[in-house]
Design a protein around this ligand. Structure first.
Ligand SMILES: [Zn+2]
Length: 111
């Protein structure tokens, strides 16, 4: 597991639940021979002031990270995503976005 190459990922304020969820995904990436690369953390702005994530995004509150998806072969894409979701608890959303996976803590009311 590692961070992206350009050094933009910020980890300060990341919730421990999200960290743990990333750890749970490690073996899935390993199973497919892939490296888990975190491409976004709690940062909300680029150095030039442009916004990275949508307003209200859980990145800013430390409840989301983005993971690189481009290394996942098309042939096993569906199986890979299913395996990732199965490795997590229902408290997490594993969302396929354009060029990354968005992992988000989204606790559903269970009371
Ligand atoms: Zn995201």
């Amino acid at each position: 597991m590692r961070l992206n190459e350009n050094g933009t990922v910020r980890l300060a304020g990341l919730q421990s639940e999200v960290f743990f969820a990333v750890m749970l995904l490690g073996p899935v990436y390993q199973k497919y021979g892939l490296e888990l690369v975190i491409t976004a953390g709690t940062e909300m702005y680029y150095a030039d002031g442009r916004r990275i994530h949508m307003i209200g995004s859980k990145h800013g509150t430390g409840e989301a990270v983005d993971l690189r998806s481009r290394d996942v072969p098309k042939a096993c894409w569906t199986r890979f995503v299913a395996d990732c979701r199965a490795a997590l608890t229902p408290e997490f959303d594993f969302v396929v976005e354009g060029h990354h996976f968005h992992l988000e803590l989204d606790v559903k009311d269970t009371t």
